[in-house]
Design a protein around this ligand. Structure first.
Ligand SMILES: [Zn+2]
Length: 226
């Protein structure tokens, strides 16, 4: 009798049956189209000792490894908004923003911080690009491209090659603060310093810039995922 439960069974164009135990100790079987259930059960039965041993190994190891995980209901920042973290089954894509919540596929609980960071980087790239183009038009400057950096405190910089570098962590800040950093870096395309002339360019584009600059000086340390 086959007592081992198959947690996931996938049929595809493959030629052989494969059996794996995933990071959560779940048994995942992949088989060619039209493989009879009996054949699959027999293979699982034949390998049951291996499956039990492997599962124990993985689950024991899992307890040893201490990973940072987010709990359901934890708050994470996105564009200045405190979003609740939620987990849902069978989510596609595995992470998304819906009704003020950041929802993650429950099979990625263990990797939630990494998944969130990856998502932030993609969101940052798209959002910063859009905003940089918008402000570059208004300020009549040209930049080559927006690059996403991993900087912890240096929110933005501007290279002599006319690239704008922006830390992905900035995607956690309020929109007005993101705008300020982008305007600041674009102003460097005209004035490569922090002279009065430079600040006048920033102020012309964004009269309220001091408020956003102060916010960043005071709250920049909050823009972190750990
Ligand atoms: Zn500057």
């Amino acid at each position: 009798m086959n007592k081992i439960e198959i947690n996931e069974l996938h049929f595809s164009k493959r030629k052989t049956i494969s059996i794996i135990i995933d990071a959560n100790g779940r048994l995942i079987v992949r088989a060619p189209y039209r493989t009879p259930q009996k054949v699959i059960n027999d293979v699982v039965l034949q390998k049951q000792n291996w499956i039990i041993r492997k599962r124990e190994e993985i689950l024991n190891h899992k307890n040893e490894v201490k990973t940072v995980t987010f709990k359901e209901g934890d708050k994470v920042l996105y564009r200045g908004i405190n979003c609740s973290l939620k987990y849902e089954n069978n989510l596609k894509p595995p992470i998304l923003l819906k009704n003020g919540s950041i929802i993650i596929d429950s099979q990625y609980v263990k990797y939630a911080p990494q998944l969130l960071e990856k998502w932030y980087k993609i969101e940052a790239f798209n959002y910063f690009n859009r905003k940089a183009r918008h402000y570059a038009n208004l300020m009549k400057v040209h930049f080559k491209r927006v690059k996403i950096s991993n900087a912890q405190k240096r929110w933005g910089s501007c290279s002599s090659q006319k690239n704008i570098n922006l830390s992905w962590r900035l995607i956690m800040a309020p929109d007005s603060v993101i705008d300020y950093v982008i305007v600041h870096e674009l102003a460097h395309l005209i004035e490569m310093n922090h002279s009065q002339k430079f600040w006048a360019i920033v102020e012309r584009q964004m009269p309220s810039f001091r408020k956003h600059k102060n916010w960043l000086d005071k709250n920049g340390h909050l823009l972190t995922t750990t």
